[in-house]
Design a protein around this ligand. Structure first.
Ligand code: NAD
Ligand code: GLY
Length: 365
């Protein structure tokens, strides 16, 4: 069944449509936004092969002229040089201020397309058509756009909200299983921070979700969009509550840094980071062992890592220290109390963070 979640941002409010076979909504959304110009479609090599012809048929059938730019698949594409290439392609294709951009792909495409839309001709509208779970439940909603700099991930970017998000669940049928599992980590994250029922659903329906049963996936995708919309509506530019969405990320980023981004997908590092945060909650005495065990078991059910790999804990702590320096001396940890209840803490010492990571060396207590 199709459903719509609204991101309520006054005059910049927008719908998230969730359902099956929804590509026809892309030209409709452009028409509703009174877009008359040429459409720039950004996608990547994998997604282009699978879904670009279908999207172009839908757009051209509705009378739109399109110019496509296909990025090499992968995080490597999220760099500033690609923005210049995209703008060059779109200038050559005669896009102008009456144009819009459509992002067809995962978080990499969405982040770079959103940034390109924010910069091209000083900003044009864009629509997100997310094709991974990570993009459907997280990156396509909320307007964070960015590219990476060699000195740090997502360090060049801005907030630019899309006009619509169109989630066609059927595209998940071709998603590699590892990407599906990594996306589930972000849904589990939403359950832990704000919705114990969503967490329980993920525990209960793991088998169906791992088999990519679209009916079973629709509720957690839609519920995640509702949770993210509510948070973004309250704190669009992350001055407060939006930081809760970074649960598992302080540890997760350190894990990605020490493993040189080679060992884990982002969602996998977040899963390990969430388990470390649960250990921290236990060390602080605000959550119990049963909480940490239940979270770990759920991550394990989704094939996500819960045990510290063969990497130096000390290096992870160094990475956190560097992060702390980059963030004006404060590192925020989102520490769980229970399912649906987390605290933001800025008082965690290096020793405490190290002990939480070390606890992941022997998680079967
Ligand atoms: P991704 O975009 O690299 O996609 C993962 C892989 O799946 C790629 O190889 C892609 O080509 C392929 N793929 C995508 N859709 C497919 C489909 N339907 N069928 C088959 N293959 C498909 O990675 P991701 O996990 O979607 O996103 C990660 C990125 O998102 C990171 O750069 C991260 O920083 C960013 N992100 C941003 C936000 C935000 O708020 N803006 C939030 C979370 C993550
Ligand atoms: N992915 C975290 C956020 O959008 O704030």
């Amino acid at each position: 069944m199709n459903q719509t979640v609204t991101v309520p941002l006054r005059e910049r409010s927008y719908p998230i449509h969730i359902g099956q076979q929804l590509f026809h909504l892309v030209p409709e959304a452009l028409q509703q936004a009174s877009i008359r110009g040429t459409i720039g479609v950004i996608t990547d090599t994998n997604v282009a092969e699978l879904y670009l012809p279908r999207l172009l048929t839908s757009l051209e059938g509705a009378g739109f002229t399109c110019v496509s730019h296909i990025l090499p698949a992968g995080e490597e594409s999220k760099r500033l040089a690609r923005i210049e290439e995209i703008c060059g392609c779109f200038l050559e294709g005669r896009l102008d201020r009456a144009s819009a951009i459509v992002a067809l792909g995962g978080g990499v495409v969405g982040d770079i397309a959103g940034f390109a839309a924010a910069c091209f001709m000083r900003g044009i509208p864009f629509i997100q058509v997310p094709t991974t779970i990570v993009a459907q439940v997280d990156s396509s909603v909320g307007g964070k756009t960015a590219v990476n700099h060699p000195a740090g991930k997502n360090t060049i970017g801005c907030f630019h909200q899309p006009r619509s998000v169109i989630i066609d669940m059927t595209v998940l049928n071709t998603l590699p299983p590892r990407e599906l599992r990594a996306g589930c980590a972000e849904i589990i994250k939403h359950g832990v921070i704000l919705d114990a029922d969503l967490f329980a659903y993920m525990e209960r329906e793991a088998e169906k979700i791992l088999a990519c049963d679209l009916k079973a996936l629709e509720y957690p995708v839609a519920r995640s969009c509702e949770i993210k919309s509510a948070i973004v509506a309250e704190d669009e530019q992350e001055h407060g509550i939006r930081a809760l969405l970074n649960f598992g990320h302080t540890f997760g980023h350190a894990i990605e840094t020490v493993s040189r981004y080679a060992l884990f997908l982002h969602g996998e590092a977040v899963a390990l980071g969430m388990c470390a945060a649960a250990e921290l909650g236990y060390l602080l005495g605000i959550s119990d062992e049963a909480f940490a065990r239940r979270l770990r078991n759920c991550c394990t059910a989704y094939g996500l890592p819960v045990v510290w790999p063969d990497l130096p804990v000390a290096e992870a702590l160094q990475a956190m220290k560097k992060d702390k320096k980059a963030r004006a001396g404060t590192l925020k940890f989102i520490v769980p109390r229970d399912f649906g209840q987390v605290d933001q803490r800025t008082d965690i010492t290096e020793d405490m963070a190290g002990r939480a990571l070390e606890a992941l060396l022997r998680p079967n207590k």
